[in-house]
Design a protein around this ligand. Sequence first.
Ligand SMILES: C[S@@+](CC[C@H](N)C(=O)[O-])C[C@H]1O[C@@H](n2cnc3c(N)ncnc32)[C@H](O)[C@@H]1O
Ligand SMILES: [Zn+2]
Length: 298
Amino acid sequence: MDTAALNSLLCPICGLEFSDSTPRSLSCGNGHSFDFARQGYLNLLTGHGTKFVPDTAAMVEARDAFLDAGHYQQLADALSEGVRELLAGRGAGPGVASDAEPALIIDAGTGTGYYLQHILAKLGQDASHNVAAVGLDISKFALRRAARRNPDAVNIVWDLWRELPLGAGVADVVLVIFAPRNSREFARILKPGGHLLVVTPLPGHLADIADEAGLLGIQEDKEAALKESFGGEFELLGSQELLVPLQLAPADIGNVALMGPAGHHMDPVQLGEKLRHLPAVTGATAAFRISMFQPRSV
Ligand SMILES: C[S@@+](CC[C@H](N)C(=O)[O-])C[C@H]1O[C@@H](n2cnc3c(N)ncnc32)[C@H](O)[C@@H]1O
Ligand SMILES: [Zn+2]
């Protein structure tokens, strides 16, 4: 596991750095100790409890299957290229000595780690690959998979609405891909010249299968709302829209249904009934916006 990523962490109980780390656990100077799970992730929420209901194993499995089928590959590619350019600008790109301080990427709401995996693979294509990563998510089912996909990253069970267990000004890039937006905390952990990349669905995202996949009634992100949620701490530098044509089999639509918020209450019999009537292939369009923000200088 990457040392630079471990060094960015703070004890969630007392706020000290973890002075003692082994492959099995982390301890701070006050003797607070946290063990890595057998599957490789780290649960820092221990003892805190949370009211939040995390995604179930079935929901996580559906998301993983859908993403692994490559339907959102274009988004993964766009993000990978975007992060590569940002880090090249910072001086971690080609030609930079590999003993320079690694760039730190924080993936807030990393899920199964799919996008982070693509981004790290892209950066790894440069000989000067010098990057460390932390993935945060509240679902341990998701993090089991994230730890497998991204074994060098530190994957942490954490609630993004709490103060993050990370030092101030440690991150070069914060990624928020369809995940909660704790603007104040993202601004605190970013370096002054760092960047926040936020992915949100555009109006019309998967509209063709909204009924079948139980997506009706889910509010899509409007750009104004997005700007507002980061308005205080961040300046919007630019945004990119991505329209991805999809050809979806009934099983893919079933996965979309299960992986979304409706997945919490989905009746498998009802879902099976809906999928049975679908054609072999249904066309749909995924519509995303990638927005790039930078912390306002104070
Ligand atoms: C729609 S998924 C996106 C996951 C991943 N970024 C991706 O695109 O594949 C949203 C993720 O946010 C996580 N999440 C939701 N609320 C959270 C919270 N309060 N703290 C941490 N993670 C949270 C969920 O567990 C889920 O993995
Ligand atoms: Zn402590």
